[in-house]
Design a binder for this molecule. Structure first.
Ligand SMILES: NC(=O)c1ccc[n+]([C@@H]2O[C@H](COP(=O)([O-])OP(=O)(O)OC[C@H]3O[C@@H](n4cnc5c(N)ncnc54)[C@H](OP(=O)(O)O)[C@@H]3O)[C@@H](O)[C@H]2O)c1
Length: 253
């Protein structure tokens, strides 16, 4: 039986599409997220293609993360691919208008959550060794500043550097690490960021061609199934119709 693919944030967007992509190829899946009903629906949907284990999980809860990993059923214990995808942006306003709690939530999820899951699964990934992969979902926001990105962009800069540093420590184990850094993709991301403003989400993705969740899932699948001697360090991917934010200038008057 193939090694398992463990996906965080499988209830929506990239994680949901990744579950479909890896199921298509027959990989056993461990799917996690906070919304149980969505996990159950996904399990039902994908069970015809592969074996699926689901676990309701808030990645920011370190004890819960360890419990989910410790209690994996025997046939799902050999995790060979970890997709650290759960994450969010909040508070698109300027830093000086943001509630501190929103900053904490982004740090707890995108930074603490990602390290919680990585720490819990490293033993399994190292046991699998050659060909095992950790795919950390970063963002173009981790490298390119823009207004309203404040802590979100900073958490994704952490993801990039943590991925690189992890690679150094894992030298000799065979485990690969990638920072997958997408630009604009249409998922529930903007709905979450604006706390439910469907019009803002529609306006952002309307009149252009954003990436889809399936586009990113395809990158994940490619990275995880490369020959075992290859490591993609970072993938930065954008829609053709998006470029970097322009320089802003404060003018008198
Ligand atoms: N869409 C973009 O333009 C874009 C660009 C660059 C990077 N990204 C990154 O891509 C990743 C996936 O985002 P997406 O675009 O697919 O957004 P999405 O559709 O909102 O999906 C986010 C996923 O993360 C999960 N999640 C959020 N907080 C969680 C927590 N505390 N514990 C466990 N799961 C949690 C959500 O599940 P539950 O709510 O069920 O827990 C959901 O499955 C994120 O890390 C995001 O920062 C997105």
């Amino acid at each position: 039986m193939s090694n398992c693919v463990f996906i965080t944030g499988a209830t929506s967007g990239f994680g949901h599409a990744a579950a479909h992509r890896f199921a298509e190829a027959g990989f056993p899946l461990v799917l996690t997220g906070r919304r149980r009903e969505r996990l159950e629906a996904l399990q039902k949907e994908l069970s015809a293609q592969t074996q699926v284990h689901i676990a309701e999980l808030d990645v920011s809860d370190e004890t819960a993360v360890q419990k989910v990993v410790d209690e994996l059923p025997q046939e799902f214990r050999r995790v060979g691919t970890l997709i650290n995808n759960a994450g969010l942006a909040l508070a698109p306003e300027p830093a000086q208008q943001v509630e501190l709690g929103d900053w904490h939530t982004m740090i707890d999820t995108n930074v603490k959550g990602l390290v919680n899951v990585t720490h819990a699964l490293l033993p399994s990934l190292i046991e699998v060794g050659a060909g095992a992969s950790i795919i950390n979902v970063g963002s173009t926001a981790g490298q390119w500043p823009y207004q309203g990105s404040h802590v979100y962009g900073a958490t994704k800069a952490f993801v990039q550097q943590f991925s690189y540093n992890l690679r150094c420590d894992l030298l000799g184990t065979g485990v690969r690490v990638t920072d997958l850094a997408p630009g604009m993709a249409e998922t529930e991301f903007t709905l979450v960021r604006t706390k439910g403003d469907q019009a803002a989400s529609d306006a952002l993705y309307g009149g252009t061609t954003p990436m889809s969740a399936a586009d990113i899932a395809e990158q994940m699948f490619y990275i995880a199934t490369l020959p075992a001697h290859l490591n993609i360090n970072r993938v930065e991917i954008q829609p053709v119709r998006q470029v970097w934010a322009g320089m802003k200038v404060h003018r008198d008057g």
